[in-house]
Ligand binder design. Structure first.
Ligand code: CP
Length: 329
């Protein structure tokens, strides 16, 4: 295991000069490095018996999820609670959205209750940025359509940096349903900003138009695309976003694009395997590779998710209203 990065410096609005986290787009390499360094302190804190601190004491965090989630929602709840905030979880199911209330009316209703942070997942690209303009609290994008999932890219970056000791200069393959993936979009941007080289590997039907302008090499052959890679990031086929047929059959997809040991041989011998989850075993990834802790970093990704979300909340905290430095809030 590579030694962790140096301890994060004290929070500073200059080092993270934004009210919100809406995407990786708009962040600098310094701001990303600041969040990654700060995450390391929370990795250590989360491995202690007492995982709490008081940075968000008295604050209220609302998780507002219009789409299903296990990892993101749970880790934001844990992150908020470990930092001392009151956390409310709200989903579309069981809310007045089911009676026809709009996204914006829902957001403004919640805003009237003076939350400090809204964490929002929505099925439409751009919905979280739109909502952020209507509220006075900090907003974190927990995934909007196929647009961005910034905290996923940050947690992936922490995981890579801990295993490989760096990001700059690495060759990273992102494989599978690039077209529908907000994880791919956020990761491509972050990895480019931080100096990695990125390949995307997928059938032509699952590559977005203009992909080559995103700063990536495009491959349709898995073996050629994986050649010499340091990191292999697998993505789920997002059938919930597909209208029509994008692959001939699941078994054919696995044959050509599923990660098994034979294809992984083409990457570097120490290549690490990642998946943001939820994964479909036997569709995009062989079940043995997914569970092979000498190659797979999937469980670490989940662990880093809590630390990264604590770091993001910490970084946002100094721009919250009535912040008093050193007062534990
Ligand atoms: N990776 C991810 O966003 O997982 P969830 O959908 O479970 O939150």
């Amino acid at each position: 295991m590579i030694a962790p990065a140096p301890a994060a410096k004290a929070a500073s609005p200059e080092r993270y000069p934004h009210r919100d986290l809406l995407g990786i787009e708009g962040l600098t390499a310094e701001q990303i490095a600041y969040l990654l360094d700060k995450s390391e302190t929370y990795v250590a804190q989360n491995r202690q018996v007492d995982k709490r601190s008081a940075i968000l004491r008295g604050r209220t965090l609302v998780n507002l999820f219009f789409e299903s989630s296990t990892r993101t929602r749970t880790s934001f709840e844990l992150a908020g609670k470990r930092l001392g905030a009151d956390v409310i979880n709200m989903s579309a199911e069981g809310s007045s959205i089911k009676k026809g209330e709009t996204l914006i009316d829902t957001a403004m209703t919640l805003n009237a209750m003076h939350p400090d942070v809204l964490v929002v997942r929505h099925q439409e690209s751009g919905a979280v940025a739109l909502l952020s303009k209507k509220v006075s609290c900090a907003v974190i994008n927990a995934g909007d359509g196929s647009h961005e999932h910034p905290t996923q890219a940050l947690l992936d970056a922490v995981t890579i940096r801990r295993r490989k000791g760096k990001i700059r200069g690495l060759l990273v393959a992102i494989c599978g349903d690039i077209l529908h993936s907000r994880v791919a979009r956020s990761n491509i941007q972050l990895l480019n900003i931080m100096g990695a080289r990125v390949r995307v590997i997928a059938p032509p039907t699952l590559i977005p138009a203009g992909a080559s302008q995103m700063g990536v090499e495009v491959h349709h052959d898995m073996r050629k695309g994986l050649a010499g890679c340091d990191v292999v990031m697998m993505l789920r086929l997002q059938s919930e976003r597909m209208q029509g047929s994008f692959v001939p059959s699941v078994s054919e997809y696995f044959h050509f694009y599923g990660l098994d040991y034979e294809k992984l041989e083409y990457a570097k011998p120490d290549a690490m395997v990642m998946h943001p989850g939820p994964m479909n075993r036997g569709v995009e990834i062989d079940t043995e590779i997914a569970d092979d802790i000498s190659r797979s970093a999937i469980a670490e990704q989940v662990e880093m998710g809590v630390a990264v979300r604590m770091a993001v909340l910490d970084a946002l905290s100094e721009r919250l209203p009535n912040f008093v430095p050193g007062n534990g809030n």
